[in-house]
Design a protein around this ligand. Structure first.
Ligand SMILES: [Zn+2]
Length: 67
């Protein structure tokens, strides 16, 4: 079981999803406003590398749900 930190692009609501395996599309929906414009938060050391540009191809260890 893995947990994913997600943040809504529309209302900045942050929430956590527990999922065995990768995230599914149904997980990427903001529980606050219903927007599907949700992005995954990465660890601070990763955000230093890519910022908001997720899915650029270089997956962290364990693979990326974007892709
Ligand atoms: Zn939202």
């Amino acid at each position: 079981m893995a947990s994913y930190d997600l943040v809504c692009e529309k209302c900045d609501h942050e929430f956590e999803v527990f999922r065995q395996g990768f995230l599914k599309d149904e997980d990427r929906v903001c529980p606050a406003c219903g927007s599907e414009e949700v992005r995954q938060k990465f660890s601070s050391f990763l955000s230093n590398l890519g910022g908001r540009g997720v899915g650029a191809g270089c997956a962290p260890s364990g693979g990326s749900p974007f892709g």
